[in-house]
Design a protein around this ligand. Sequence first.
Ligand SMILES: [Zn+2]
Length: 114
Amino acid sequence: MSFLQQIQARFRPDSCSSCRCPMEMVKKQLYAMPGMSVGHFAPMEDAGYFKKALVPVAKKADIPTGIYACGIQHYRCPRCGRTVTKLTTFLPVRDQEMVEQILYFKKGEMDDFP
Ligand SMILES: [Zn+2]
């Protein structure tokens, strides 16, 4: 895979990096991260951390003020079954989202996470 293809694969989770097939979003869920408050953000990359730290919420208004939130989108390739989980960490500020971190889990690390 060329460097350019790697970059494209990294930033376009909606197409499968194996067969280029458009991936389907199978599930998405919003979470609060009570352990991460404003002014104390630390970038995390460990799937295990998120599995322990995240608390599912129904809507953004349910996230306490000053607490970071996390959106998770599960993608699946309809052709080869490859999965990618996109995890976006952000701070909800009024009607905006201040995005801190975007992670892609491509080895099934988050497949068992609801
Ligand atoms: Zn595929």
